[in-house]
Design a protein around this ligand. Sequence first.
Ligand SMILES: [Ca+2]
Length: 241
Amino acid sequence: MVGFAACGEDDIQATTSLGSVELTIQGELQGEELALESNTYDAAGAAEGFRLTRLSFFLSDLRLVEVKDGQSLETPLADVAYFNLGPSGLDSEVFDTIPAGDYTSLRFNFGLTPEQDMTTPSDYATTHPLGESAEYWHDWESYIFTKIEGKSDNNADGVERFDDSFVFHIGVSAENARPGEIAIDMPVRGGSNDLVLDFDVATLMQLNTANEIPLTQFVHGGPLTSQIPTSAVSALSAAEQ
Ligand SMILES: [Ca+2]
C-alpha cells in the first residue's frame, strides 16, 4: 500500500509535466529530401554530378529556450547527440524527461564542447554517442565532428562513372565547433513531442559557390575545418509544420 500513498496530486503533476522529444534531422538538397547513395546532384566541381554516401555529425549542449517575463530560460535537452543520416537522408534521436514548456528556440553546438572533446571513446559505454571509436581521431586527440563522404563523376562522357571520391573528416579541436540557435515553435507536453529540423546540404557544402568543398579531395584539416561547421550551422532550420 506504500505505492498508493506515494501517488498524490504532486506526483501526478510531476508526471504529466515531463515529455519526450524526438529530434529528427532531415537532409535536403536541390528542393528534395536527400537520398544517400542513389541520387546524383549537381555541383560546380563535378562535371556530371556527385553522390553522397555518408553524412554524420555531432551536436552538443542542446538546450530548449523559453521566454518568460522577458527572460530567456534554458532547459537542457541533451549533452550530446550523434546523427548519421540513413538512405532517405534522415536520422532521429529521442530525449526523455523534458519539462513541458512553450519553447521558441533551440541552442546547440555543431561539434563538441571542449570538455567533451577532452574525453575519449574508452571513457564511455559503446552505446553512448561518444563511445564509438570510429568517430575519434587519435592523432588529433579529438573527435571527428562531422563526416561528409561521397563520389563524383568528372568524366564528361554521358556515362555515370563516379571514379573520384571525396572525404571530409572535420574536427581537429573543439575550437572548430560552432554555436547555433534556431527559431522553433515547440510546445512540449506530457507524452511524445516531435521536433524536425531541415539540413540544407547545398548550404553545408557551399555548392555552386566560390567556397564549394572540393569534390575530389580527402580533407582532414586546413580552412575547411572551420568553414564546414560554420556552414552547417547556417544549413539547419526548423522544418515547416
Ligand atoms: Ca561521366
